[in-house]
Design a protein around this ligand. Structure first.
Ligand SMILES: [Fe+2]
Ligand SMILES: [Fe+2]
Length: 151
């Protein structure tokens, strides 16, 4: 079995969130009755994920070095952008305007790729083992459905 790392756990989170977003897109395409419910599921898990990243991982990691701090501040700004886009999606629902969904998807995929290819592999490689183990345990304890739901 592959080693559990910050990267592997966050990739699992991301695949759950992207799965929920795909469910939302499917509902939107069919103009189905469950659009609101699918959006609510996606929104809940995405917010949970941002919160875990910011409190468990970013908070400590941004003390490491200037370059990493810069990346983390930029990722945190993107969290805010995505939260605003979620409001745009919500406001569009009554008018059947789903354009925000695709804008949100663009930002989310780019954001997750930066985390998976730059930030998290760097932390797995450079964080002190003890610190990393504490983080991994904390992520596992707080992830809830982000490590359970299968998309
Ligand atoms: Fe993030
Ligand atoms: Fe993420």
């Amino acid at each position: 079995m592959a080693e559990t790392t910050i990267t592997s756990l966050m990739m699992q989170h991301h695949s759950v969130i992207v799965g929920l977003l795909n469910n939302l897109k499917t509902a939107v395409k069919k103009d189905a009755e469950n659009i609101r419910a699918e959006f609510a599921q996606f929104e809940r898990q995405a917010k949970e994920h941002f919160s875990i990243e910011e409190t468990v991982i970013f908070e400590f990691s941004k003390t490491l070095d200037a370059k990493r701090t810069e990346i983390i501040l930029s990722l945190m700004r993107e969290h805010q952008i995505m939260l605003s886009l979620m409001d745009v999606v919500l406001r569009g629902l009554p008018e059947n305007d789903y354009s925000g969904v695709y804008e949100l998807e663009d930002v989310l995929i780019r954001h997750a790729t930066t985390e998976e290819t730059i930030l998290y592999p760097g932390l797995d490689e450079n964080l002190p083992t003890e610190k990393k183990e504490v983080m991994i345990k904390r992520i596992q304890e707080t992830s809830g459905e982000l490590l359970i739901i299968k998309s």
